[in-house]
Ligand binder design. Structure first.
Ligand code: UD1
Ligand code: CA
Length: 458
């Protein structure tokens, strides 16, 4: 295969986002916007990929830290797309082959489309090929001007177009394929004599035509794909389209989504077959869900590994936790980071966990807080149990052995250990270790004062 490099333009701020964060770092379906076109370029076979950065350069660079194929080129002042590409060429010195040019704000672009563009460009030995689309409302885009025989002659920007040119519905996607020799030797030939006083990359096409080099346009099959995100309304629209693609893939892999339009699954989530997901769920952070699970409505899962046949009941929140098989959670439970649950564990309603390990078959069915604890197998945690793990300065651990029964409304003042097969009576405050096979009970003996209420009545 011929060598392929990409340039991704991302120096602009994205003023219309009205955001403190640069446009290309806004997340879309779980990835910073710019990661989508970068991934498409990579999947199409590009190496290296040069990012042209300017505004918030460190943040953009940081999003790709450790990626060996990424190089960054600084554009200190944003003098136009042509100037931006010129800034990238130092980072490509010595490179010969084909250069793809993309924008960082087109998250819907697919690698297949880039591959088609590349094949079309190479098959026709073109100097430059632009990806175009037919738009019902082309306003704002550069228009593709063709000559009488239908050949591309130039691109005219909205602000420079005369009324007749404004009628043209074929628009410039801002995505191009160029021969590196053509690009390197002509990029400095473009001027800035136009309505915006900018160096327009699009002027390279007219330049190629003037030099009688092959200059082509390929229409994208799906106009959505080249949509550039400029404001938050378009951001939402792009997110919706990406999620639809992601959800469709899960469904084709055997996952039932009761209402895919209201299921929010990010890029990078894995879900086993015969798992059913009800509406309103948000699943993100590289979560892995096994086969045959049932996830009720309005559940939020981030960075978790969930085994087969689990049931996550409505409105539960699961963060960075690990669940074995056949675990039941919720409704309205909160697993905070560092929760590890063995097979068959049950965590019921209004239970909160944090940094705990709970052995197979153990249960905490209602209204409980378990933090910084190591809990054995087949333990029953009664309603209202609290691990008092924090003394105001430090966190302390609670250890509960196998087969322990903790009655309702128990406080375990950590650090404390309850030995295996012991029973802690309801209402007990455990402040010292409980040996194995014992009963722990701490209650003030009950006093009944008969008639007391009658004497108090006026
Ligand atoms: C550009 C095209 C237009 C096309 C449209 C597609 C030009 C002159 N026009 O217009 O024909 O229809 O894209 O969306 O190329 N950028 C830089 N440095 C700069 C200027 C821009 O890095 O100096 C980056 C921006 O951050 C952005 C991309 O280039 O990612 C496109 O720039 P933008 O100003 O949005 O160009 P458009 O006016 O949309
Ligand atoms: Ca734009």
């Amino acid at each position: 295969m011929k060598s392929l490099a990409s340039i991704v333009l991302a120096a602009g701020k994205g003023t219309r986002m009205k955001s403190g964060l640069i446009k290309v770092l806004h997340p879309v379906a779980g990835l910073p916007m710019i990661s989508w076109p970068v991934t498409a370029a990579r999947d199409a076979g590009s190496d290296p990929i040069v990012l042209v950065i300017g505004h918030q350069a460190n943040a953009v660079q940081g999003a790709f830290r450790g990626a060996a194929d990424i190089r960054c080129a600084m554009q200190e002042e944003q003098l136009g797309t042509g100037h931006a590409v010129a800034c990238a060429l130092d980072a490509l010195s010595g490179f010969r082959g084909t250069v793809l040019i993309l924008c960082g704000d087109t998250p819907l672009l697919r690698p297949e489309t880039l591959k088609n563009l590349l094949a079309f460009h190479l098959d026709n030995s073109a100097a430059v090929t632009v990806l175009t689309a037919l738009m019902d409302d082309p306003y704002g885009y550069g228009r593709i001007v063709r000559d009488a025989s239908g050949r591309v002659s130039r691109i005219v920007e909205q602000k420079d177009a005369d009324p007749e040119e404004q009628e043209i519905r074929e628009i410039n996607s801002g995505i191009y394929c160029m021969d590196s020799d053509f690009l390197f030797s002509n990029i400095n030939g473009i001027g800035n004599d136009n309505a915006q006083g900018e160096y327009y990359l699009t002027d390279l096409l007219a330049l190629a035509v003037r030099k009688e080099l092959t200059c082509l346009a390929l229409q994208a099959v799906d106009a959505d794909e080249i949509m550039g995100v400029n404001d938050r309304a378009q951001l939402a629209r792009a997110g919706r389209i990406l999620r639809r693609r992601i959800n469709r893939e899960h469904m084709l892999n055997g996952v039932t989504l009761i209402d895919p339009d209201h299921t929010y699954i990010d890029h990078g989530v894995t879900i086993g077959c015969d798992t059913t997901i009800h509406p309103g769920c948000r699943i993100e952070g590289g979560t892995v869900i096994g086969d045959g699970c049932l996830i009720d409505g309005n559940v939020s899962i981030s960075g978790c590994r969930i085994g087969d046949d689990c049931h996550i009941k409505a409105a539960s929140v699961l963060e960075e936790s690990e669940l074995g098989e056949n675990v039941a959670i919720g409704p309205m439970a909160h697993l905070r980071p560092g929760t590890t649950l063995g097979s068959g564990v049950k965590i019921g309603n209004f239970v909160e966990t944090k940094k705990i390990v709970m052995g197979a078959g153990s249960k905490a069915s209602h209204l409980t807080y378990l933090g910084d604890a190591e809990i054995g197998r087949d333990v029953n945690i009664g309603c209202g149990t609290i691990t008092c793990n924090y003394d105001g300065v430090n966190k302390h651990r609670t250890v509960i052995g196998d087969d322990v029964f903790i009655g309702s409304d128990v406080q375990l003042v950590a650090p404390v250990t309850v030995g295996r097969n012991s029973l802690v009576a309801a209402g007990t405050t455990v402040t010292t270790d409980v040996p194995p096979d014992s009963l722990a009970i701490s209650r003030v003996p009950q006093v009944n004062k008969e008639g007391w209420r009658l004497k108090k009545k006026p």
